[in-house]
Each structure stands twice: as C-alpha cells, then as structure tokens.
Design a protein around this ligand. Structure first.
Ligand SMILES: [Zn+2]
Length: 103
C-alpha cells in the first residue's frame, strides 16, 4: 500500500497545476466538443470549429498510457464544451504564444 500513498502525494502536487485548463480555439472562437460512444464501450470526442468546420478527433486512453507518447509529453486538461460561448477570443498579453508574430 506504500505505492498508493506515493500516488496520492503526486496528485496533490499536480492539483495546483490543474487549476488551469486549455481551451481549443480555431478562427478566434472556442471549438465545440461533441462526445460519442463507441460500440465497444469506449468513447471519443470531436472538436469542431463552427466557422471553418475544421474538426479534430480526440481518442480516449488510460492516463497510464501517457508514457508511450515520448519524452516531454504532457496531459493537458482540455475544456470540451458542447455549447461554448460564441464570443470572440481576444489575445491578452499574458496569453500570447511565444511565437506570436505581433510581439
Ligand atoms: Zn476554424
């Protein structure tokens, strides 16, 4: 049961970081997320842009599979909303990505 305690401590440390989340954005809008059930009991999700109709498929895997995705892989807390706000996303200075050409 010692390993159980260790994993509890680890999740405590990461809970600080999970107070933020990632928002999927395309064309300046939050992408819509639709969840689907598969016949085998699994599920997957599709992120859809309501402007350009781009869609991204998200497949669900157990968290312990993360280590087979290579070094530097991170588990991102992604918001998946079926009805996200339709307001345009404005980039605040704090949110600008490092490769933003306007900076
Ligand atoms: Zn788009």
């Amino acid at each position: 049961m010692a390993s159980d305690q260790t994993s509890k401590q680890t999740s405590k440390q990461t809970s600080d970081r999970s107070s933020t989340m990632w928002v999927p954005v395309c064309c300046g809008r939050v992408m819509r997320c639709n969840m689907f059930r598969q016949a085998d009991g699994g599920s997957y999700a599709a992120l859809v842009c309501s402007v350009c109709n781009k869609n991204i498929t998200l497949e669900q895997e157990p968290a312990e599979a993360a280590n087979k995705f290579g070094e530097g892989s991170k588990i991102l807390s992604l918001i998946g909303s079926p009805k996200p706000p339709k307001t345009e996303r404005k980039k605040s200075p704090g949110e600008a990505s490092p490769d933003d050409p306007t900076l």
